[in-house]
Ligand binder design. Structure first.
Ligand SMILES: [Zn+2]
Length: 216
């Protein structure tokens, strides 16, 4: 479809306060922990459900003020269809929501990003992580236009929303190019590669974290 090949979510900034324990990083023995990433605490016996709330933008060119809840429900349904141990539920209670979603006209360009990433910056996810490495809250931002003013289609914004919700659930980028969680996805919906990534990632959630900040 027109515009697909310029679609990218490459520069989502994930504020991680996490690096794995030294034994795992250095490879000098069995891994000291299962996951190097911040993760939601999930009960062993049952799925955990995260509340997701949409903050209506003051100004939206593309109908988020009217259709935001409907679009958020569609994005949440896409993840819930994978039957992961982490489920999402749309809530109107922004104050208590685990994941908050905001739509903005454009995200600011990062001065240290390559030109291409500045140009196509379509989404951002910020993770609030406890000292133990568990996620406390996630903030997702979706842009209607690139930092250079190029409009994203609503389909592209929806794909960005699903992608960023994946980060908000604690997922990293996928190496598989046909995953929506790829750093520069060429698909606009979740694929079996995303399902594999999510199932694998959410099964590993016992790693203590130390505090560092990275961008990806
Ligand atoms: Zn991303």
């Amino acid at each position: 479809m027109p515009g697909r090949n310029r679609f990218s979510i490459a520069a989502a900034t994930v504020i991680l306060t996490g690096a794995c324990a030294p034994a795992m990083r250095l490879g000098d023995g069995p891994p000291a922990c299962a996951s190097p990433r911040p993760h939601w605490a999930i009960p062993a016996a049952s799925p955990r459900t995260l509340g997701v709330a949409f903050a209506t933008p003051g100004r939206s060119r593309d109908g988020w003020g009217i259709y935001g809840d409907q679009r958020l429900r569609a994005a949440v349904a896409a993840w819930n269809a994978l039957a992961l141990p982490l489920r999402l539920r749309v809530t109107t209670d922004l104050a208590s929501a685990d994941i908050r979603v905001t739509v903005v006209d454009a995200l600011p360009a990062d001065s240290d990003d390559p030109e291409g990433l500045r140009r196509y910056r379509a989404g951002v996810t910020r993770l609030d992580v406890s000292a133990l490495g568990t996620l406390r809250r996630a903030h997702v931002g979706i842009a209607e236009r690139s930092p250079l003013g190029t409009p994203y289609s609503v389909d592209e914004q929806m794909a960005t929303l699903v992608h960023e919700l994946g980060h908000a659930m604690g997922l990293p980028h996928a190496e598989h190019r046909l995953a929506l969680m790829a750093a520069q996805p060429i698909v606009t919906s979740l694929t079996p590669a995303d399902a594999r990534l999510a199932a694998r990632t959410l099964a590993l959630r016992d790693c203590p974290q130390t505090s560092v900040a990275v961008r990806r």
